[in-house]
Design a protein around this ligand. Structure first.
Ligand SMILES: [Zn+2]
Length: 452
């Protein structure tokens, strides 16, 4: 008897869509067979009327564990992920203590989170201004790659200048590893911030003026130029502009190994929303104009964007409230791991007619390929991990405080309603989330080693 059988599954991979029954044993897909032909299962799910997608992978979360677990920890973060249809997350190296910039810190993080994860996970290491000598040993630990900042990310995670960035890219290439980049120009942002602050400007428009589009595109241009020079695999994180995607697209012949990500908030919220919502919608790069939002959707549709990740960046509610009268005082970062898939189903698939296959590519197949774990993950085929996201395209949702599993339940999307609901999240054959309940266990989620 199979461990799990899913009947009447309408399966959508990035390249094909078909209906079948699925058999799972030992966490692996062992058969995909004609409707009505699967054997009996210890657990059986009837997916009639539902879409079954390869488990969604969020390459960009900050779960703050260990160190700042009053903001989020691996248990609360991966529960929220499971409730949002995410079967694997990749955690960023900078929002915890210690920051993950050497092997000791990699081991400390693995140790701290192993007993807490509800879904599978990997971690990013950090590339900072003085740790190139650590990269080889860190890569051996199976990390996803190395995240670097081109703009200030605080004293515990020193950002890199172009010399170190180039050296880091060359080292990553030698190791077969990947560099992930936050692209904003540090000097320009600091200068513009000082200009605004010296004039006593403290509102949302002042914050927006301190990070205009060119502060992002200048950095993306530099990143792409250096990536081409180094021949390195580089992943541009959280691009907020169609122009950033266009820069990558134009460089693909010289630098085929560059990929680029955006986040749901850049596709859903615009500057008018930000002004209305206030500090809860503060992030960097910032929320852009409606024109920019729609241009970015163009890149979602035309195939040039590679990934959508949440950049889930939790804080306490107080750290957001602190910016009510003065936006500079607010935490920068948006909660989003739980709401990403429903928002994309509503805003992309239902409202704009985004093909489900393209969504699968952006949130499952491409992340798996970039991480080097495809086809183990990112597709529904025999031999792959039995990770599934079951959605009801007709299912209604509303984002409320009560619906969130975050440790600190703030969101820029409160009151938002839509269609396209996560019904079940299955990780390696095990139901982790079903019918609005977390039913998995902490510690079930496994560290997925990236082999370069
Ligand atoms: Zn981030």
């Amino acid at each position: 008897m199979a461990e799990l059988v899913i009947r009447n599954a309408r399966i959508t991979n990035e390249a094909n869509s078909f209906s079948a029954d699925i058999e799972v044993n030992q966490g692996i897909i062992t058969a995909i067979c004609a409707l009505g032909t699967a054997g009996a299962g210890e657990v059986e799910i009837d997916a009639n009327g539902l879409d079954v997608l390869p488990g969604c992978i969020d390459m960009h979360v900050h779960f703050n564990d260990p160190g700042f677990i009053h903001r989020e920890d691996f248990a609360s973060g991966t529960r929220a992920a499971a409730a949002g249809g995410i079967t694997m997350v990749v955690d960023m190296p900078l929002a915890g203590k210690p920051t993950v910039i050497n092997t000791e810190a990699v081991l400390a993080k693995k140790n701290a989170v192993a007993s807490k994860a509800y879904v599978d996970y990997c971690i990013w290491g950090g590339l900072v201004d003085n740790n190139i000598g650590e990269m080889a040993a860190m890569a051996k630990e199976g990390i996803a790659g190395f995240k670097a900042f081109m703009a200030d990310a605080g004293p515990d995670f020193p950002f890199v200048q172009n010399d170190v960035l180039l050296a880091g890219m060359l080292k990553a290439k030698q190791l077969g590893s990947l560099i992930a980049l936050h692209c904003e120009d540090d000097k320009l942002v600091k200068y513009l911030e000082e200009q605004e602050q010296s004039r006593g400007n403290t509102d949302v428009p002042a914050f927006l003026r301190s990070r205009p589009p060119y502060t992002e595109t200048i950095a993306v241009n530099t990143a792409v130029t250096l990536a081409a020079a180094a021949g390195a695999r580089v992943h541009i994180c959280h691009a907020s502009l169609a122009a950033s995607v266009a820069i990558v697209e134009a460089a693909r012949d010289k630098a085929p190994a560059i990929t680029i990500e955006t986040c749901p908030h850049y596709l859903v919220l615009d500057t008018e929303d930000f002004k209305a919502i206030g500090p809860v919608a503060k992030c960097s790069p910032p929320i852009r104009s409606r024109e920019e939002v729609e241009a970015l959707w163009g890149k979602v549709f035309d195939g040039s964007l590679d990934v959508i990740g949440s950049d889930h960046s939790p804080s306490t509610c107080d750290e957001k409230e602190a910016g009510k009268g003065n936006i500079w005082q607010a935490w920068g970062g948006i909660n989003g791991v739980q709401t990403m898939i429903p928002l994309l189903l509503e805003e992309g698939v239902r409202k704009r007619g985004l093909p489900l296959k393209r969504l699968v590519q952006l949130v499952s197949a491409n992340p798996a390929k970039i991480l080097g774990i495809y086809p183990r993950k990112g597709t529904i085929q025999v031999g792959s991990d039995a990770d599934f996201t079951l959605i009801d395209r007709e299912g209604d949702w509303e984002i409320t405080k009560e619906s969130l599993y975050y440790k600190n339940r703030h969101s820029p999307y409160f009151g938002k309603k839509g269609k396209g609901k996560v019904v079940a999240t299955i990780v390696r054959g095990r139901l982790v989330y079903h019918d609005e309940k977390i039913i998995g266990n902490p510690g079930f989620g496994r560290y997925i080693e990236v082999k370069n």
